[in-house]
Write a protein that binds this ligand. Structure first.
Ligand code: CU
Length: 119
């Protein structure tokens, strides 16, 4: 019985089943947003009222920024080569257009991220 392949296989199977059952319940949804000159990709995202979502922000080109008082996003500089993580829990449905907050060049004025908050 000790070190039996059947027992080991059963333990591995139980461990994997447990991992799959536990992980999704504990993880918030997360959305990766990539900034570049001069856009956010994706350029629009959808969030739900009262649901915490983790935004993971990085840049492939230039330094950009994101901030929203309405959504509770603090001023966040987005720089190449690193990921910034911001947790957002919207309280009110609506469409929020966030402009890049760091002057980044010719296309800065039109660099936006649209956040659709739905019930
Ligand atoms: Cu900018």
């Amino acid at each position: 019985m000790r070190n039996s392949p059947v027992v080991r296989a059963a333990l591995v199977t139980a461990f994997i089943a447990l991992s799959l059952a536990v992980l999704p319940a504990s993880a918030h949804p997360s959305i990766d947003i990539v900034a570049s000159n001069w856009k956010f990709t994706p350029s629009a995202i959808e969030l739900h009222v009262g649901q915490a979502t983790t935004l993971r922000l990085t840049s492939t080109e230039g330094v950009h920024g994101l901030q929203s008082s309405d959504l509770g996003i603090p001023q966040t500089a987005i720089t190449p080569g690193s990921w910034k993580t911001v947790s957002v829990t919207p309280s009110k449905a609506g469409t929020y257009v966030l402009h890049c907050t760091i002057v980044c060049g010719a296309g800065h004025a039109n660099m936006t991220l649209t956040v659709h908050v739905v019930p």
